[in-house]
Design a protein around this ligand. Structure first.
Ligand code: ADP
Ligand code: MG
Length: 379
């Protein structure tokens, strides 16, 4: 049975009626890593893996929601003191609260939801969940008066205020704005965005999840951030967005070798995103792939956020002749994103599985994704 039919059946059994069905998607980021906090560009797209919910206002002040995947039912009120303890329900409660805090309307409703975005694999199932409910509650209670960027911010604030995750805006942005066959270049400084066609005919996008996460002692993320801020300060600019390589070279002898490498990566990555945009406009997927490999090398050698397992997956991709491959996400584990010619697909996935398992004792998880629509009402 399809997701929609399952949800529909469970909703009818539980609530004896029919609601409206909404969905939103997980996301990938093709290129533009560790650029968001440097005021740079990211380049995400929504994928064909979704959270789907059937929802109906219930004329009370209580939200009643059943998670099919977790097999758990939760009820909560809409005041700040009513926060549920179940972590999955806090995403939904948070979205309700963030809409109310902004002056919007949320009343009681019944909901059943399920999804197929893998949890914790770097595809942002949490953003899919938030934006599905944010989109739905905007439609059901607010006549769609909340603009889409605000819906993304509602998801982001939910993570900050109700889930303890201090994330940027990319995941929720991609999930809300996603459009079939398009990636989006988001300018993290201005919030401006632009759609670029992404129809890699003859290629497949493949995520290879190493299923490892190296927790390092002294927060490497904060250290990277501090390096970038130091260099920007030395250059007299707000963020590295405004830096060019010749400016960095001019101060090379005044900064540490480590700070130099960190800033070099960020400056080069900004240019790579722009290069990929040009390449996509020209339908030149070879150049896209070369940029992805260059990003991996930069993240591994200059920004130093890779790990043995990710470097190994990248090496396997290269040896198999995969067009592009790089770490996706913050690093130190998680997955690689790969642009693979269809006639290489079986060979690459089998080789990655076998060789990775032989070395690390477990298989990676492999997901094929297609760039698809984000938040929407499902007819
Ligand atoms: P991700 O990288 O996938 O966003 P997170 O840890 O941020 O990983 O979010 C995963 C959490 O989102 C889950 O622990 C759960 O609370 C919620 N979630 C995601 N997908 C579902 C689902 N299908 N059903 C219920 N809860 C979900
Ligand atoms: Mg998440």
């Amino acid at each position: 049975m399809e997701l929609k039919e399952i949800i529909n059946k469970v909703f009818a059994e539980r609530f004896g009626a029919e609601g409206t069905i909404y969905a939103s998607a997980g996301r990938i980021n093709l290129i533009g890593e560790h650029t968001d906090y440097n005021g740079g560009f990211v380049f995400p797209g929504a994928i064909d893996k979704v959270i789907m919910a059937e929802i109906r206002p219930n004329d009370t002040d209580t939200v009643r929601v059943f998670s099919i995947d977790i097999d758990e039912y939760v009820e909560f009120g809409l005041n700040e003191a009513d926060a549920p303890s179940q972590s999955w329900a806090r995403y939904i409660f948070g979205v309700c609260r963030e809409i109310i805090k902004r002056g919007g309307t949320v009343k009681g409703f019944d909901a059943v939801f399920a999804g197929n975005v893998p949890l914790g694999a770097g595809l942002s199932s949490s953003a899919a969940l938030e934006s599905c409910f944010a989109f739905a509650l905007n439609d059901l209670f607010n006549g769609n008066t909340i603009d889409k960027f605000e819906l993304a911010r509602i998801g982001q604030s939910t993570e900050h205020n109700y889930c303890g995750v201090n994330c940027g805006i990319m995941d929720q942005f991609a999930s809300v704005f996603g459009k079939k066959g398009h990636l989006m270049r988001l300018d993290c400084r201005s919030g401006e965005y632009e759609y670029f066609p992404f129809n890699p005919e003859g290629y497949t996008l493949v995520l290879v999840d190493s299923v490892v996460k190296h927790e390092l002692a002294d927060s490497p993320y904060n250290k990277r951030r501090a390096s970038c801020e130091r260099v920007a300060k030395r250059l007299g600019i707000e963020t590295l967005r405004d830096a060019e390589m010749h400016m960095l070279e001019a101060i090379k002898s005044d900064i540490t070798a480590e700070d130099y490498l960190r800033a070099k990566y960020v400056i080069e990555e900004k240019q790579r995103v722009l290069d990929v945009c040009d390449a996509l406009n020209a339908g030149d997927y070879d150049t896209v792939g070369r940029c992805m490999y260059a990003t991996h090398a930069g993240l591994s050698h200059d920004y130093e956020v890779s790990c043995e397992e990710l470097d190994y997956l990248n090496e396997i991709a290269r040896e198999c002749g995969v067009t592009g491959s790089r770490i996706m996400g913050g690093g130190f584990g998680g997955c690689t994103i790969n642009l693979v010619k269809n006639d290489l697909l079986d060979k690459f996935t089998a080789t990655a599985r076998d060789r990775f398992a032989a070395r690390y004792g477990h298989e990676p998880k492999i997901y094929e994704v297609v760039i698809s629509d984000g938040a929407r009402r499902v007819e």
